[in-house]
Design a protein around this ligand. Sequence first.
Ligand SMILES: [Zn+2]
Length: 583
Amino acid sequence: MRVQAIGVLFLLRYLVVSISSFVAAQSTPPADLIITNAQIYTVNPQQKWAEAIAIRGDKIVAVGDAAKVDSYRGGSTKVIDAHQHLLLPGFTDSHIHFLDGSLNLQHLHLQDVKTLDQALALLKDFAKAHPDDAWLLGRGWDYTIFAPSGMPDKKYLDAVVPDRPVYIEGFDGHTWWANSKALQLAGITRDTPDPPGGSFVRDPKTGEPTGAVKEDAADELIERVIPLTPREAKLNAIRAGMKEANRVGLVRVHSASDLVANIGDLQNADLYDELHRAGEMTVRFYMAYRAAPPALAADSVKEIEAARARYHDEWISAGAVKFFLDGVIESHTAAMLEPYSDDPRQIGSLLWDPDKYKDAVAELDKRGIQIFTHAIGDKAVRLALDAYQHAAEVNQSKDRRHRVEHIETVSAQDIPRFGKLGVIASMQPLHSYPNEDTLHIWAGNIGPERASRAWAWRSIQQAGGVLAFGSDWPVVTLNPWPGVQTALTRQTSDGEPVGGFLPKQRLNLEDTIRAYTLGAAFAGHREKTEGSLEEGKLADLIILDRDLFKIEPSDIGETQVLLTMVGGKIVYQSPAWNKPEKK
Ligand SMILES: [Zn+2]
């Protein structure tokens, strides 16, 4: 027996030595896949650049020069020649409304519309093409098409579609445009009171609602009469959304929550879970729960804890809570420390009582739950920072990485607090896109002094704050490349304004990529397994059609992704990718 065992050991040893001569001293099994001949920017500061990467299962087993990585090649290893294309970690979108955006893929799009006439022409075509839709839904208009008032009116919609309800969300998700039929079905009349935190704009003479609906609280009164989307249609929408996300290079998203159950990611987590169990996931999800004012309810805490206990793997996880502190600057609903410059009677308002919000944050912080706070005006941003500081003090908590979402403007004295308190700045580069809306309405509303700290990501980063970038899709496209370009240029795609909008806030390419990768992973407590290309991390990566490090920043927005891999599996290949795979 003993002699036989020694014989087997000897044989094994002999085999190991022989294989080793092929697999250069590797005692581990060969890689499943090697991507070689690539320009790999790893985002790992210890080893920024590499030529090749080896993957086994869903993880990276080696990154480095071609010879080192080739030592992981075995008989069954698939090899992809990247033909010197740029390879990056897959991108994370740190602020997205995924189901909402996915459902919107089927709706009317007014994103690129420049005039009211164009919008109405598109609506007319859409109505004709969708004769069976009970409601005509859409999104994307911006306030400039309604100049000089800047507010939508039902009369324009009624002229095109009088017989079916029409309901179109503005690009920023804070104002909606309803026709008379939609208002009628929702029972909104001159006698309907405004709900707390929202309003129906009224004709000053008659008191009749004009069809402009402000903020979630008012929107909800209309949303509740819109027929629910059937389960199968939602599943198909998520499938289409994931496809689109992979096509533009996204491998993970942080769902920023929605109040409306029909479109919220966490409220529909069972649909994502169904796709997960069927092996259909190609995007990883971190989902926030929406806490609604006036105070944190005991039931909410139970729901949050239940979601956290149920969803905690690398595909679907929960356990973050989102608070909404204010509105937007364009409609004077963002909470400001001083009155608006164009209308000193307005100062915006907080949607939470500050003490109740602070108590809620402290309670969740005590439980180890991460907080996302929507804060756009400088007063709201300050309150979020105050609440996080308070929670860390009372709980003696560390490394919670609470986040402020948006931060469109910030008081100069609050900029260093992000770094000091370890608070994440979750920002959306494309929101700063310096078009008419930003340079005139947005900047005009708060005046030049405060507008000089518009989307101040570079100042926040220089003071030690961690940046996590995203889109806020469907507010803007989920395609991250126009966002990367805007972070670098602070200009429109036409190069306006010359010299850039607050050029001192321009980021360099490395910092911008980090905000979409390692910074985003850190913001989701995943930097140990995601965000950079390193041994042991998940094999989530993208290959691009152009070398971002060699081209003009103004050409980055047009970047096409050639290949997207999530967990070691190719989930997208562009038709332009010549599939140079060989055994
Ligand atoms: Zn959002």
